[in-house]
Design a protein. Structure first.
Length: 76
């Protein structure tokens, strides 16, 4: 089973418009092992930008960056 670990949502203030921006960092687990992480950011005051972020897939056993890990950016 695949599970997304729901950590706390972070809110900040956008430098260009002084409105709220939301950031999410989430680990994705398969069984008990983390196999992906994603970071996403969005703001209701910049809906034209959508949600932007990065996804990393691979081995998350430790903090080292193994050659089996890959990352890519996305925009929704």
């Amino acid at each position: 089973m695949i599970e997304i670990e729901l950590s706390q949502t972070k809110k900040s203030i956008c430098e260009c418009c002084n409105k709220e921006t939301t950031s999410l960092t989430r680990f994705v687990h398969k069984g008990k092992e983390a196999f992906a992480i994603y970071y996403a950011v969005f703001s209701e005051s910049h809906v034209e930008d959508g949600v932007i972020g990065i996804i990393s897939l691979g081995d998350w056993e430790n903090d080292e960056v193994p050659s089996s890990r890959v990352a890519f950016a996305f925009r929704l």
